[in-house]
Write a protein that binds this ligand. Structure first.
Ligand SMILES: Cc1ncc(C[n+]2csc(CCOP(=O)(O)OP(=O)(O)O)c2C)c(N)n1
Ligand code: SF4
Length: 265
């Protein structure tokens, strides 16, 4: 019998901790529906998170899960995928986690093209700690650490991933549920590093400090945001890190005369 998203939801952990009007619940539903669409075995799937509001998502899944440290989800995910290429490895990060404190891990995971699907909830700020600016906060925005306007330009995460060498790069919003589910499914099904950036509102901090109205107003303006490029932006077929590494292991074994993989289970 094929699975549904409910097979991947840890209902015992409900209710979740997210604020009313936060988009994280929608992203979680799309992720779990994508798991179901691919009928992933929960025992062969690993959800790795860092810290933050979106980083709490690992509590709500029935797959294997690793709750890491802020900015280090991709380092952990890389280690897991390198050692167990047979597993489906997903890294869930906020923009603070992925692009700010973890920026270096992000560009190198994309450069290595390691087979991880990164689902980044970009709400333009550090939600959990009170709305500080991150590397994706738009210039001029007010946050708790830029109360008179933010002086820096924001990273375009998708451009960063493309330039670094990721095989799959996509952007969507929590207001486009069907697209979000389809893009996450595509990302999970592919080889190499995948990024799905999901634009999502944080009404509690970013919305309030920038006078964006309540959740309905924020969701409406995100849905209609002019000039926001969404959909699949990059689809390449470069060999993944683990495919290249397997070739190197094979060549090394042939050279050393060692027949058996010492790590084989
Ligand atoms: C190494 C480290 N530095 C700082 C913190 C404090 N901290 C916890 S959550 C967080 C911000 C999370 O923001 P983001 O990653 O954007 O996720 P969001 O809460 O917005 O979903 C920070 C700085 C931490 N836990 N660990
Ligand atoms: S603080 Fe912001 S990101 Fe965190 S749960 Fe609340 S609305 Fe969502």
């Amino acid at each position: 019998m094929s699975r549904t998203y409910l097979d991947y939801l840890n209902e015992k952990a409900m209710p979740h901790m997210w604020c009313p009007g936060c988009g994280n619940g929608n992203i979680l539903k799309a992720l779990l529906a994508a798991f179901a669409a691919l009928d992933l075995d929960p025992r062969k799937t690993v959800v790795v998170t860092g810290i933050g509001c979106w980083g709490k998502a690992d509590d709500y899944v029935t797959t294997n899960a690793v709750h890491g440290t802020h900015g280090r989800a991709l380092a952990l995910a890389t280690g897991i995928k390198a050692y167990r290429p047979d597993l489906t490895v997903v890294a869930l990060m906020g923009d603070g986690d992925c692009a700010t404190i973890g920026g270096n891990h992000f560009i190198h995971a994309a450069r290595r093209n390691v087979g991880i699907t990164a689902v980044v909830a970009n709400n333009h700020n550090y939600g959990m700690t009170g709305g500080q600016f991150s590397a994706t906060t738009p210039a001029g925005s007010r946050t708790s650490t830029s109360p008179y306007g933010h002086a820096e330009e924001a990273f375009d995460l998708c451009e960063l991933a493309r330039a670094a060498g990721a095989n799959y790069v996509a952007r969507t919003t929590v207001c486009h549920y069907r697209q979000m589910e389809k893009l996450i499914t595509e990302a999970l099904a592919g080889e190499g590093f995948s990024l799905v950036e999901v634009m999502t509102p944080c009404p509690t901090y970013f919305g309030r400090l920038n006078r964006r109205g309540g959740p309905p107003e924020m969701w409406r303006s995100l849905k209609e945001e002019p000039g926001l490029r969404t959909g699949c932006l990059v689809k390449a077929s470069r060999p993944s890190f683990e495919a290249r590494y397997a070739e190197i292991q094979k060549a090394a074994r042939a050279l050393t005369g060692e027949e058996r993989d010492p790590d084989a289970r």
